[in-house]
Ligand binder design. Structure first.
Ligand code: C5P
Length: 250
């Protein structure tokens, strides 16, 4: 791949666009994982598994370590509850939070309002991101189980337009869907893409998957990567190898 494709994303700051999924159940596992990565990580993701076990204190702890934190709770509820949840998350110091686009326009707008009300005076609002279709979902699953007809990319593109209309900052999707999302929204509408696997690592439950280099080549703003790094025999080496492959564009 040509290096120029990555240059738009300013390679020197690329580590601020790589979010490590801390899918653990205890603070100790998190601290061990971060120690094994030798301070190479700048942005982490706290998902339901960790948040439900350790509570909001884990977010404060990670912030104290100077990390950016994506609190990935994928809120999907009635507008009033979504608004209240966002108010609480904003107070907690998260840098990025998310809701399911399937919750609808009113819910997404309420979530945005909750964030604005929750932040303290003078602080900037966390980025509000909409989940389109989970990267573990396939088109067959969407058609047959969710009874949504058509191509999966069309649903993702439609959800991205709705999220943009509701005033969200971006969406979570597969890296493979980034070009269509940018096309139907705008180039600065953010894409946050899980479903990332370093070369040779297992897919696990993910189906719409690609490598970090390919994801950035497709124009993603942030990649989310978990098991390829956290379950590697040598996490620090897996991370360093990934950074090298991104810098070399291969
Ligand atoms: O281990 P892996 O790299 O598959 O981790 C991906 C992370 O991204 C998980 O924490 C998962 O919950 C999250 N995620 C996802 N698909 C989405 C939204 C979030 O895989 N659509």
């Amino acid at each position: 791949m040509e290096l120029s494709l990555l240059q738009e994303h300013s390679l020197d700051k690329i580590d601020e666009r790589i979010i490590l999924a801390l899918d653990f159940q205890t603070k100790d596992e998190v601290l061990n994982c971060l120690a094994s990565l030798e301070n190479q990580v700048r942005y982490v993701k706290v998902g339901m598994e960790l948040f439900y076990a350790e509570g909001s204190a884990i977010v404060s702890l990670l912030k104290e370590q100077g990390l950016n934190v994506f609190v990935d709770l994928k809120i999907h509820d009635i507008p009033n509850t979504a608004k209240g949840s966002m108010k609480s998350l904003a107070r907690n110091g998260a840098d990025m939070v998310n809701v399911h686009v399937a919750g609808g326009l009113a819910m997404m707008e309420a979530a945005r309002e909750g964030l604005e009300q929750g932040i303290s005076a003078g602080s900037t609002s966390p980025l509000l991101i909409g989940v389109t279709m989970l990267t573990s979902s396939s088109q067959q699953m969407m058609n047959e189980q969710m009874l949504i007809s058509g191509r999966l990319e069309e649903t993702v593109a439609h959800y991205a337009s709705l999220a943009s209309l509701a005033g969200l900052d971006g969406v979570v999707a597969s890296p493979l869907e980034v070009p269509i999302i940018k096309q139907v929204t705008r180039t600065d509408f953010l894409t946050v893409t899980p479903g990332i696997r370093t070369v040779g690592s297992a897919f696990g439950d993910q189906t719409r998957v690609t490598t970090p280099v390919k994801a950035f080549e497709l124009g993603t703003d942030y990649i989310v990567i978990g098991r390829s790094i956290t379950q590697a025999e040598e996490p620090a080496k897996a991370w360093a190898d990934m950074m090298k492959s991104i810098q070399e564009g291969k």
